[in-house]
Ligand binder design. Structure first.
Ligand code: PLP
Length: 348
C-alpha cells in the first residue's frame, strides 16, 4: 500500500481550453519544464499534442522531451558551450538568448537556428538590457542562418493584482519591441489577469496543471494531479494523548484518528501545519501532529474510516493543492514538482 499520483488527461485538455479562451489569438507555449511540473512528461500527452511549442529548462529535459514529441522545443536556459549549441541544434531546439555572452556563440553557428531574445524588463534575473537587446537584435537579424522567432520577457509580480511592476514591465517591453517579430510575455497569472500582456504568444505553466496562481479565484481550472494514499491504521486517542514526533498536538477530548501512508518522503510537505485538510471518504478531515517521513495522522471526527480506505491529499475540487500549499507556507509549484520516486504514477 503506497501513495499514488493520478494524472487526469481530460483535466489537462480542459485547462488548455481555458488558456485558449483567455488568449484566443495567441500561440501557446506549454511550459513542461521540471518533468511537466512534476506530472511526468510521458503522462501529459494532451499538452504535448495540442500546444504549439513546448518549453523546457535545460538540454537534459529537451532530450527527454524529444523522445516523446516532434514539436518545436524552446530551450529556456539557452546554450553555454559550443557542444551545447550543437546538441540544441541536433535536438531541433529553439534557443533563448538571455545573456550577452551567448550572442557570439549563437552567431558562430554554421547551421540554421531559431532564437528567442529575452529582454530584461525589470525582473533582473535573466535577460538582455534594452541596449544589449537592440544590438543583439540588429546583429542576429543580419545573420542569414539565424531566425529571430520571438522576443520575450518575464513578469516578476504577475500574481499580484495591481502590482506597479506589472505596468512598468509592460511599458518597458512595449517600448523596446515592435510588431516586426512575435512577442511573448504572459505566464499563467498574466494570461488570467493582464489582457494587454498577451501579444501573440503566451507561456502558460501552472494553470495547465489546474492550479491557480491567485488565491481568490480558480478560473474554472481542473486539478490534474490527484495525490492519494491509503489509511493504514485507525485508533481512538484519549484526552491528553499526543501523536507524532515532538508531541506537538495533544487531544483535548477522545479523538478518532487515521494514520495515512504518506509523508515527506513522498513529497507531502513536512511544514504542513495542524489543521491542514485531508479528504477521506468525502469528508474534509484535519491533519494533527507533525508530518513524518512515511505517514501522517488525521483527526477523522465521526467519519467512518477503515484500514485500506483511500485519503486524498490534494487534487480534488474540494481540496486543491493551492490550499495545502497555503497551510504549508509554500506554493503549489513546489508541492507538484516535489513528488518523490516512491509515489506510483497512474493515468486517468
Ligand atoms: C515557468 C515559466 C513560465 C510559466 O509560469 P507559470 O507561472 O507556471 O505560468 C513562463 N515563462 C517562463 C520564462 C518560465 O520560466
Amino acid at each position: 500500500m503506497s501513495a499514488v499520483a493520478t494524472i487526469s488527461q481530460s483535466a489537462l485538455y480542459h485547462n488548455l481550453v481555458v488558456v485558449k479562451k483567455h488568449a484566443p489569438q495567441a500561440k501557446i507555449v506549454a511550459m513542461v519544464k521540471a518533468n511537466a511540473y512534476g506530472h511526468r512528461l510521458d503522462l501529459v500527452m494532451p499538452l504535448l499534442k495540442n500546444a504549439d511549442i513546448l518549453a523546457v529548462s535545460n538540454l537534459q529535459e529537451a532530450q527527454a522531451l524529444r523522445e516523446l514529441s516532434n514539436k518545436s522545443i524552446l530551450l529556456l536556459s539557452g546554450v553555454y558551450s559550443d557542444e551545447e549549441l550543437q546538441q540544441a541544434i541536433d535536438l531541433n531546439c529553439q534557443c533563448v538568448v538571455h545573456h550577452s555572452s551567448q550572442i557570439a556563440r549563437i552567431s558562430s553557428s554554421k547551421q540554421a537556428l531559431s532564437v528567442w531574445l529575452k529582454l530584461d524588463t525589470g525582473m533582473h534575473r535573466l535577460g538582455l538590457s534594452a541596449d544589449e537587446h537592440q544590438q543583439c537584435y540588429n546583429s542576429l537579424k543580419a545573420n542569414p542562418l539565424i531566425n529571430i522567432a520571438c522576443v520575450m520577457s518575464h513578469f516578476a509580480c504577475a500574481d499580484e493584482h495591481n502590482h506597479p511592476m506589472n505596468q512598468a514591465q509592460l511599458e518597458a517591453f512595449n517600448s523596446n519591441t515592435n510588431n516586426e517579430t512575435n512577442r511573448s510575455m504572459a505566464n499563467s497569472a498574466a494570461i488570467l489577469s493582464l489582457l494587454e500582456s498577451h501579444f501573440n504568444v503566451v507561456r502558460p505553466g501552472i494553470m495547465l496543471y489546474g492550479a491557480s496562481p491567485f488565491t481568490d479565484d480558480h478560473f474554472n481550472l481542473k486539478p490534474v494531479m490527484q495525490l492519494s494514499a491509503p489509511v493504514i491504521s485507525v485508533k481512538t486517542l484519549q484526552a491528553g494523548d499526543s501523536t507524532g514526533y515532538g508531541a506537538n498536538w495533544t487531544a483535548d477530548k477522545p479523538t478518532n484518528i487515521a494514520i495515512i501512508a504518506i509523508g515527506y518522503g513522498d513529497g507531502y510537505p513536512r511544514h504542513a501545519t495542524n489543521g491542514t485538510p485531508v479528504l477521506i471518504n468525502g469528508t474534509l478531515c484535519l491533519l494533527v501532529g507533525r508530518v513524518s517521513m512515511d505517514m501522517i495522522a488525521v483527526d477523522i471526527g465521526n467519519t467512518k474510516v477503515a484500514i485500506g480506505d483511500n485519503a486524498i491529499l490534494w487534487g480534488d475540487e474540494k481540496l486543491r493543492v493551492e490550499t495545502v500549499a497555503h497551510h504549508s507556507d509554500t506554493i503549489s509549484y513546489e508541492l507538484l514538482t516535489g513528488i518523490s520516486n516512491r509515489v506510483k504514477f497512474v493515468v486517468a
